[in-house]
Design a binder for this molecule. Structure first.
Ligand code: NDP
Ligand code: KPL
Length: 325
């Protein structure tokens, strides 16, 4: 049994395809209205051209609101939980889960493997602080999804999903091999999935890609590919990357020699896409800047240095979306 927390873009994509492939899935929403919609309509996954890629009929999966998660889970514990909320909601969601699960009814062997799919860095440590003793894993994906209604999601681009245990949390007994059944279910559902023994490098690689592409596309209101359109834009990308690499060096975090080429490649193959940060800015929603560029700033501080370019873009993006009371 797989519990998906958060029925947004990623949650509907994974929940829908897993349920359509026959996996046992429970989808946990924030609102009763969305839960009702999913109960009536199921989940439809659309191709970018509008055709239907997959459909999980109502009844192929269980759906509920997060408030009911603990009650339901204690009656029938699941094997895996996929945490698919934005960074800003991770603490609240995990605190709710912790508050509702009754510790005396829980044996450590009952706890599911919790896989955190957020972009950015630092969330797994925060989750570990709220859910001590849980087996925590990270998920990194280059799938692209956009929810277009409470029960429909557009699969904007197929990618690869890596899941694995981070170095820091590996010591707590969460061997990556426990993820093998999940990997098989994801593969059966049509996701190209890899059980990664280098998930930390995947997280830090994705962090660099997001820290360069996301704030600049959001500030300039351009699709990813247009970052490469002028020398001025490219030089700003390089400035952010070079500063982040100095921070990585100071923290002893390894990075790929061809990371610049990888960033250019992402801009090229997602050239028409709106980055997630630009989407949030356009919707007037808080962005994930604090956990992307903000985490480069925090890593710099932890090594006694400053990452001024990342501090600046963090402040500029926060100024776009955080309203003064
Ligand atoms: N979309 C993508 O293609 C990719 C996303 N990611 C990462 O995955 C994470 C999720 O992204 P994405 O799916 O796009 O985000 P969305 O905003 O589309 O979805 C997040 C979902 O979490 C739900 N949620 C928030 N708080 C709660 C709560 N208290 N109880 C239950 N549900 C809650 C939201 O509910 P509500 O709808 O009510 O607001 C929403 O449905 C992000 O960190 C993102 O960076 C990574 C790679 C690709
Ligand atoms: C890689 C990139 C930039 C693709 O749009 C992304 O992950 C995002 O938008 O957050």
């Amino acid at each position: 049994m797989i519990d998906l927390i958060g029925a947004g873009s990623l949650g509907l994509l994974y929940g829908g395809k897993l349920a359509a492939s026959g996996a046992k899935v429970r989808v946990w929403c924030r609102s009763a209205a969305q839960a009702q919609d999913l109960r009536e309509k199921g989940i439809t996954i659309l191709h970018a051209d509008g055709g239907t890629e997959a459909r999980a009929a109502a009844g192929d999966f269980v759906v509920g609101v997060l408030e009911d998660f603990a009650f339901s889970w204690q009656r029938q514990p699941g094997d895996y939980m996929l945490l698919m909320t934005k960074q800003k909601d991770v603490l609240e969601v995990c605190s709710r889960i912790a508050a509702h699960l009754e510790p005396d009814k829980l044996h450590p062997s009952m706890l599911p493997g919790l896989v955190c799919f957020q972009n950015g860095y630092g969330h797994i440590d925060r989750v570990a602080g709220i859910l001590p003793g849980w087996t925590l894993y990270a998920g990194v994906t280059t799938e692209g999804a956009k929810r277009i209604s409470p029960s429909e999601v557009m699969h904007a681009g197929a990618g690869t999903t890596w899941v694995g245990a981070t170095e820091k949390h590996h010591a707590h007994g969460n061997e990556a091999s426990k993820l093998e059944p999940l990997v098989k279910m994801l593969q059966k559902a049509g996701f190209s999935t890899v059980l990664a023994n280098d998930i930390d490098s995947r997280i830090f690689r994705k962090l660099l890609i997001n820290a360069v592409i996301n704030p600049l596309t959001a500030l300039w209101s351009i699709p990813n590919g247009e970052l490469l359109a002028t020398k001025r834009r490219i030089s700003m990308m390089r400035m952010l990357l070079d500063e982040a690499l100095r921070v990585y060096d100071a923290c002893g975090i390894p990075w790929d020699q061809d990371i610049w080429d990888q960033i250019v490649e992402v801009c090229t193959y997602t050239s028409g896409n709106t980055s997630s940060m630009l989407k949030d800015v356009q919707a007037g929603m808080p962005t994930e800047i604090e956990w992307i560029n903000g985490s480069i700033v925090a890593l710099a501080k932890s090594s006694g240095m400053r990452a001024e370019a990342h501090e600046l873009v963090t402040g500029l993006i926060q100024g776009l979306t955080i309203r003064e009371e």
